[in-house]
Structures are given as structure tokens and as C-alpha cells.
Design a protein around this ligand. Structure first.
Ligand code: NAD
Length: 283
């Protein structure tokens, strides 16, 4: 008997019509010398969306894995993000071009401002440089990361292109429902970084109970909660088994009680920096 094909990953339409796979693979903290192998494994499993950044130092290795995969470039969605130390227009355009060249691509699917750096930078001016990149066609979509509603409002008043996504920390201990509603009201898709709280939520008794009820792992239950809320996610793992586990999310569902119980775990449990306080610029 032929094996049943795995259910397809759904896509979400961004505000310019570009489709983004709702589940991807994140490569933060994967050392460059392991990134090509990890990305290759993710592509073999079926992932078609990779999330990297200039600050992760592994754009080139992501590009290498995509190019060598034999999969058509148009079938893989690749995101990168602007390094916090690229503050001036010319430097931003140069670093974007360098990233493309390192990856061996002629375009990125999505390019983001990584952090607003409110006390250290003019993020509206940086956004205008991203608008130039977008107008040139070398990024199919542009967006932001770690922006609060008041940062976004400042962009709306001063720019032509509405961000397609806002990538922020979200997991059951930091559910960010107000920010998600603000994004949705402004046709911005919310992406959830650290979707399993870097592992911190997996031992929670409520998540463990639901995992037992469903015969799924705590990571799968947490990732499925995101999928049903409509978040775009890209969990990170270097282990093939966990990558496969994190990809198997489309043949089960949480019921309303289970969804509500996980959302109720919210406790302002930020793992990463507060975007209003974070102004770190690497040398
Ligand atoms: P994550 O929530 O994806 O957790 C990763 C950790 O969980 C790793 O230690 C991994 O070994 C472990 N893990 C993964 N799958 C597991 C499983 N099935 N069972 C048990 N443990 C498992 O955290 P993350 O890596 O911080 O976030 C995911 C991605 O989000 C990153 O790779 C990056 O692409 C992005 N990100 C963006 C920002 C930003 O500022 N924009 C910040 C952090 C992360």
C-alpha cells in the first residue's frame, strides 16, 4: 500500500499577495559550519521556509543548502534580517547585496529590520532603505521584527510601504494578543519567534496534560497552538528527529478548551530583550 503523503503546510497571503508557508525552519544559533547540513536536512523533511539573519552569521550556508538541494528556488521561501550595525542607507543597501551574493540568490523572499533600536537609530530612515530594496524587486516583501505598535505607527505616518510582517517573541508564556490584534488590524502578518520558548514551555503541566490526551509531544502541541492561532512559526533544532517532530503538525487539532488553556498560561514571560529597551549595536 502506498504511504499517505504528509498533509501540506498551509500558506498565508501577505499584504502584497506573496504567499508565506506558515511553518518554517529557524537557524538562529546554528553554527555556520553546521548550517548547510541542518538546512539540507530540513529541506529533505519538507520544510520550504528558512529564517536566517545577517547577525546569525550563516546566510551563506543557508544559500548553499538551498542551491544544492535541487529544489527550485521559487519553491523555497527565504527570510533574512538587517544587522543592527547597518544604520545608514548606503550601508544597508551594500549589506543586503552582500547577503544576496553570499547566498548566491538574485532575490530574497522577505527582508526585515531586525530590531527597532529606538534610542540608537532612526528606524524610519532604515525602513526607507528597505523600501528602495523592495522597489528594486530584490526582496519580494519587506517587514520588521520586534516592533511595538508605537514603532509601527511612526512608520505608517512616514513611509509608502506597509510592513508585510512583524516578527516578535511569542509562546505560551508571552502570548502577545494585543500586539497580534494590532498587526492584524493593519494587515501585517505576525511571526512568532522562539515559538516553544526555547524549550522553556515544554515542561508545563497544562501542555504535558494536553500532549498526553492527544498522544503528541509537548513541542507539537505548542506549535499546533500557534498554527491554529494563525502565527507564522519557524522552530529551530539541529536534530533530525526533532525537525521531523516539529514538522508533523497537520494531522491533529487542539479543541477550544485546549487552545484556551494554553493561552491562559500567559505570564509576561519574556525570554529575549524588551524592544523598547534594547539598543545593542554589534561592532
Ligand atoms: P525555539 O522556541 O525554536 O526553541 C529552540 C530550542 O528548543 C532549541 O534548544 C532546540 O534544541 C529545542 N527544541 C526544538 N525542537 C524541540 C522538540 N521537538 N523537543 C524538545 N526541544 C526542542 O527558539 P529559537 O531558536 O530562539 O526561535 C526560533 C527561530 O526564531 C530562530 O531560529 C530564529 O530564526 C528566530 N528568532 C528571531 C529572533 C528575532 O529577534 N527576530 C529572535 C530569536 C529567534
Amino acid at each position: 500500500m502506498a504511504a499517505t503523503p504528509a498533509p501540506a503546510v498551509p500558506t498565508i497571503a501577505l499584504n502584497n499577495g506573496v504567499e508565506i508557508p506558515q511553518l518554517g525552519f529557524g537557524v538562529y544559533q546554528i553554527p555556520p559550519d553546521q548550517t548547510a547540513e541542518a538546512t539540507r536536512t530540513a529541506l529533505d523533511i519538507g520544510y520550504r521556509h528558512i529564517d536566517t539573519a545577517q547577525m546569525y552569521g550563516n546566510e551563506a550556508e543557508v544559500g548553499q543548502a538551498v542551491r544544492e538541494s535541487g529544489i527550485d528556488r521559487s519553491e523555497i521561501f527565504v527570510t533574512s534580517k538587517l544587522n543592527n550595525n547597518r544604520l545608514e542607507r548606503d550601508d544597508i543597501l551594500r549589506s543586503f547585496d552582500q547577503g544576496l551574493s553570499d547566498m548566491g540568490f538574485d532575490y530574497l523572499d522577505l527582508f526585515l529590520i531586525h530590531w527597532p533600536l529606538p534610542a540608537a537609530s532612526d528606524y524610519v530612515a532604515r525602513w526607507k532603505a528597505l523600501e528602495e530594496i523592495y522597489a528594486s524587486g530584490r526582496a519580494k516583501a519587506i517587514g520588521v521584527s520586534n516592533f511595538q505598535p508605537h514603532h509601527l505607527r511612526n512608520l505608517f505616518g512616514a513611509s509608502d510601504v506597509r510592513p508585510a510582517v512583524n516578527q516578535v517573541e511569542i509562546h505560551p508564556f508571552l502570548v502577545q494578543d494585543e500586539l497580534r490584534a494590532f498587526d492584524a488590524d493593519h494587515e501585517i502578518v505576525t511571526e512568532a519567534w522562539s515559538p516553544i520558548g526555547q524549550g522553556q514551555v515544554l515542561g508545563d503541566p497544562v501542555i504535558s496534560r494536553i500532549a498526553q490526551q492527544l498522544g503528541r509531544s509537548p513541542a507539537q502541541v505548542t506549535l499546533r497552538w500557534h498554527i491554529q492561532r494563525g502565527d507564522v512559526i519557524f522552530p529551530k533544532s539541529s536534530s533530525k528527529d526533532r525537525m521531523a517532530e516539529n514538522f508533523a503538525l497537520f494531522d491533529f487539532e487542539l479543541d477550544q478548551e485546549q487552545m484556551t488553556a494554553i493561552t491562559a498560561l500567559d505570564r509576561a514571560g519574556r525570554i529575549g530583550p524588551d524592544p523598547d529597551q534594547f539598543n545593542w549595536i554589534p561592532s
